[in-house]
Design a binder for this molecule. Structure first.
Ligand code: HEM
Length: 533
């Protein structure tokens, strides 16, 4: 197959020609079809024109809930089906690893939970999960409130400055503000370090953002150029990345050392009795060092902390960003949320207990996660051949996949599936209050809150894997309740004090995606003090 273009051709034309040639080659090599799985042919330009998950959605509607996506010589199986998702995430979870995601994240997170090999993962997951128990979360509700308070104070100050000049509103990029807030929270909650990023900049903060930027870039770049020998020394961006990593690692090493040197039996006792509210340092690092003794491996601890820092920061900031974006387009729902906040909190502060009463706000958070799941795709690679179960549309017998198959589990597609949700693209937090019947889809149990009694937030169990904001099965997010509480508290404190509007029109807010869905140029909003405050 020859692909000919001239130097005057537009880059897009060249990409299209290359696409056609490589698709032709794939089809020839595969005999046009692999098994009976439908094949969607992606163009390389699909990777650049708009976020990939939009195209995956269009193909889902066209080809069904399990299809193969051929990108030139590379192929992925795209899954948008709760039964198949349940199989991969829960029933046959150890037949899969994180594939390309591990390759991207391993240089940053080492043997942290996300990229870790199975043996390390099993050992660390057992140690880390108990750290997120309810007494810890209760202590963290205080941290969330205090940090959100700092953000609101900052906004108030800016407004006062504006008011002294006769203005009544301020314009702010709320995405950036949420990012700072989430960074301060994760620093304090995970390793008792105050980044103070709401009010200042520092070399460590810059290094964290530099590392996040690189992680993001790597997850959208499909050639692992960073593995090319000497690239880390020769490519300026890679050199900067190595420097950023060193700054963070040195900071984390210092904190680990300090936690080991200040270990005290009295604190260990309080931890064992779950007396978190009387601990000066209730961080996860304290738990990991105190409960395990000082000989826990420093390198592993550092990888664990770095993983939490990355996994727990942008994701939460993104939930808050999209919640505000959606609310700003639905002033009636914003008012409804504010009425709830006024009734539950008045002018008081959020607490662990008040969260239970902020039901509408909690539903806003989960509905935002439904429409903008973070990340929009879960990535897996089969370690052995597997038989995927039949989905609700497409081939009812299911499909055989060989070892080494890359799978994209599209949470975005599942969350906006017209087969499971009424008006799937609409922002309707109330939808979670309505108990849904299973629509008679074989093998899927439908929505039923009684399957997860006592859960404050709808989850994958209630929806039998049609709603997967934190994944599911053994590799489900360890920080799910932490993140939900954090987002609810931050949103409550914002709406308690301020009315929020978008600065421009919603169409001006362009989406980009890497690990999370975020905006291209920020979420620019107008804030004004609520009249009753
Ligand atoms: C895993 C989402 C916040 C730590 C995951 C997964 C999802 C997710 C979907 C599963 C990934 C997969 O199966 O491939 C989110 C969202 C968050 C959030 C939407 C915020 C709204 C947090 C926080 C922490 C955290 C705050 C820690 C403090 C982790 C870790 C894993 C993980 C360590 C890997 C678990 C494992 O493989 O055992 N998260 N997360 N996440 N998350 Fe979160």
């Amino acid at each position: 197959i020859r692909c000919q273009f001239t130097s005057t051709d537009e880059p897009k034309t060249k990409l299209k020609l290359l696409d056609n040639a490589s698709n032709l080659l794939t089809n020839l090599l595969s005999g046009g079809k692999i098994g009976s799985m439908p094949i969607a042919e992606g163009a390389v330009s699909d990777l650049f024109d708009r976020p990939l998950f939009f195209s995956l959605y269009d193909w889902f509607l066209k080809y069904g809930s399990v299809y193969k996506l051929a990108f030139g010589p590379k192929a992925f199986v795209v899954v948008s089906d709760p039964i198949v998702a349940r199989h991969i995430l829960r029933e046959n979870t150890f037949s899969y690893d994180k594939g390309v995601l591990s390759e991207i994240l391993e240089p940053i997170m080492g043997k942290g939970l996300i990229p870790a090999d199975l043996d390390t993962w099993k050992q660390r997951r057992r140690v880390i999960t108990p750290g997120f128990h309810s007494s810890y979360l209760e202590a963290m509700a205080k941290v969330f409130t205090e940090c959100a308070d700092r953000t609101m104070l900052k906004f108030n100050k800016l407004l006062e400055q504006e008011e002294s000049g006769g203005g009544k509103t301020i314009e702010l990029d709320l995405e950036a503000e949420f990012s700072n807030l989430a960074l301060d929270i994760i620093g304090l909650a995970v390793f008792n370090y105050d980044f103070g990023s709401i009010t200042k900049e520092s070399p460590v903060i810059k290094a964290v953002y530099g590392t996040l930027f690189e992680a993001e870039h790597r997850s959208t770049f499909y050639i692992p150029y960073w593995n090319i020998p000497l690239a880390r020394w020769l490519v300026p961006r890679q050199r900067k990345f190595q420097n950023d990593l060193k700054v963070i690692n040195d900071c984390l090493d210092g904190l680990i050392q300090n936690a080991k040197e200040t270990r005290q039996e009295a604190d260990v006792e309080k931890l064992q009795q779950r007396d978190y509210l009387n601990l000066k340092d209730a961080s996860l690092l304290r738990f990991l060092v105190d409960m395990r003794g000082v000989d826990v491996d420093d390198r592993q601890l550092r990888d664990d902390l770095m993983t939490m820092l990355i996994a727990g920061h942008e994701t939460t900031a993104a939930v808050l960003t999209w919640a505000v974006f959606l609310l700003a387009q639905h002033p009636d729902k914003m008012k409804k949320a504010q009425s709830e906040i006024d009734a539950v909190l008045g002018q008081g502060r959020t607490t662990f207990e008040s969260l239970k009463k902020l039901e509408y706000l909690r539903l806003i958070v989960v509905e935002s996660l439904r429409l903008y799941p973070q990340p929009p795709l879960l990535i897996r690679r089969s370690l052995k051949s597997d038989k995927l179960p039949g989905g609700y549309n497409g081939d009812k017998d299911g499909y055989e996949i060989p070892a080494g198959t890359d799978v994209f589990l599209s949470v975005y597609n599942l969350h906006r599936s017209p087969y499971f949700w009424d008006k799937p693209n609409e922002f309707e937090p109330e939808r979670f209050l309505v108990q849904r019947e299973s629509q008679g889809i074989e093998g899927w149990a439908g929505f039923d809150p009684s399957r997860s009694p006592g859960a404050l937030y709808p989850n994958e169990i209630i929806s039998d894997f049609a709603f997967l904001p934190f994944g599911g099965g053994p590799r489900k997010c360890v920080g799910d309740q932490f993140a939900l509480m954090e987002s609810t508290i931050a949103l409550a404190m914002l709406l308690q004090k301020f009315d929020v509007e978008l600065k421009g029109s919603p169409e001006d807010v362009e989406l980009v995606t890497g690990a999370t869905i975020h905006t291209k140029t920020g979420l620019w909003c107008k804030l004004k003090k609520r009249s009753n405050v």
